[in-house]
Design a protein around this ligand. Structure first.
Ligand SMILES: Nc1ncnc2c1ncn2[C@@H]1O[C@H](COP(=O)(O)OP(=O)(O)OP(=O)(O)O)[C@@H](O)[C@H]1O
Ligand SMILES: [Mg+2]
Length: 391
């Protein structure tokens, strides 16, 4: 998968600009607050269906404007495609594929695939379970379109079920039948969603082991499994998984009524991450956590390739400056042959790489575009006339 170009109109601090990308490594550089992350945010919008950092979509609209537009041109095995999005103050966000309006955001997810890696991801091992669930959900959604539909259905059922659990005893009695229906629906969805997560985690475990082994020269062995209220033997069939979740809901109904909320289900599950048999969430050192999170991001790319036959686009937001020399070398050696778009304040950090393109961003605009790093400055501007050839 190759991201060819992105066009912006009134998106964040970018008034009107088109940025083109090459195969291989692309470095978007510039001083702080010029719009580098805004560009990655725009690209990743098409992979995830929403911003990775805006709380409300309207934050994406340029100050003073009424709507923001972004258009992404990308190439896959089946040819070139275009995805567009329009975010306006007056209506909901609209996506387009090859100029045809998508009915729902979930219809375009999975078409353009990307792996995003930013400094906050380095904390994934020790963060709250919700952060690891989000990692799983975003990764799986890009590969299995049905997953995102199930999740949204799941959230709806939880909302309805919680509304009943919150009622006082008399009112609740009238809805007892509904409560049973919701519990049944919820446990079916739990079985399907957990099933897909377990399948993904098996692959994740395999690839994280491979990358981590290479990084630590085989000294330490990680293990990733699904941590759920359901136990290993419940995972055997969809039916056993469904029954387990259903039993949990039935057995704990009083507790749930007291809390006014659904306390069991896939919204409480977690990734269990171990190193040499110890829980990495509790005991890993900072270096181990960083290596693990790095391995998880690289693994996400491999699994995406396994499912679809193509590597996703890798987007690294300023993350390399956070890594030490060894880890940085490791990651660069792994991505050199894929398309990666990196933001950085310091372009010369990448000068040892081959096949690299630079775009400098200033105040939301392209300041200069460079191709090679073989002149004195480490920067040769693209389309610059070659002075030696001039008479
Ligand atoms: N809706 C908006 N309209 C106009 N400007 C915006 C909007 N949202 C954010 N900005 C501005 O965009 C600028 C660039 O943000 P961005 O996060 O892309 O910077 P950056 O180049 O990645 O900087 P850093 O190197 O510090 O990470 C910021 O100054 C921010 O105030
Ligand atoms: Mg930034």
């Amino acid at each position: 998968m190759i991201c060819k170009k992105i066009e912006f109109l009134n998106f964040r601090n970018i008034e009107n600009e088109t940025i083109e990308f090459e195969n291989g490594v692309n470095v978007i550089h510039g001083e702080n607050a010029q719009g580098k992350t805004n560009i990655l945010e725009g690209i990743y919008l098409f992979a995830r269906g929403k911003s990775f950092r805006a709380f409300k979509e309207r934050e994406l609209i340029r100050f003073g404007g009424d709507n923001a537009i972004a258009k992404l041109t990308y190439e896959k095995k089946d040819g070139e495609n275009e995805l567009g999005v329009e975010i306006s103050k007056s209506s909901t966000k609209r996506f387009y594929k090859n100029k045809v309006k998508a009915n729902k955001t979930s219809d375009i997810i999975g078409d353009f695939r990307a792996v995003l890696f930013c400094p906050s991801h380095l904390g994934i091992i020790k963060d709250a379970p919700s952060v690891r669930r989000r990692f799983l959900d975003v990764a799986i959604s890009q590969l299995r379109p049905i997953y995102i539909k199930m999740l949204s259905k799941y959230n709806n059922v939880i909302e309805n079920r919680n509304a009943i659990l919150k009622l006082d005893e008399n009112e609740r009695k009238q809805y007892e039948g509904m409560l049973d229906i919701y519990s049944d629906e919820l446990s079916s969805l739990c079985a399907d969603i957990a099933g897909m997560r377990i399948e993904y985690i098996k692959k994740l475990d395999f690839w994280v082991k491979c990358f981590f082994d290479e990084m630590t020269k085989g000294k330490e062995t990680p293990k990733i499994t699904y941590e759920a209220n359901a136990k290993e033997n419940d995972f055997e069939t969809r039916e056993s998984l469904k029954n387990k979740y259903l039993r949990l809901l039935k057995d704990n109904l009083d507790k749930e009524i007291k809390n006014g909320a659904t306390l069991y289900g896939i919204h409480k599950d977690d990734l269990k991450i171990e190193i040499n048999g110890r829980d990495a969430r509790l005991y890993s050192s900072q270096g181990q956590s960083r290596s693990l999170s790095l391995a998880m991001k690289m693994a996400e790319g491999e699994i995406s390739r396994e499912y679809t036959g193509e590597y996703p686009v890798f987007l690294f937001d300023d993350v390399l400056s956070e890594l030490d020399e060894n880890r940085r070398k490791f990651i660069l050696s792994k991505i050199e042959k894929r398309q990666v778009i990196i933001t950085s304040c310091e372009p010369l950090d990448f000068k040892e790489l081959e096949n690299i393109s630079f775009v400098e961003i200033k105040d939301g605009k392209k300041e200069r575009v460079g191709l090679f790093n073989d002149n004195e400055e480490g920067y040769l501007e693209k389309n610059e006339p070659d002075l030696d050839d001039e008479e």
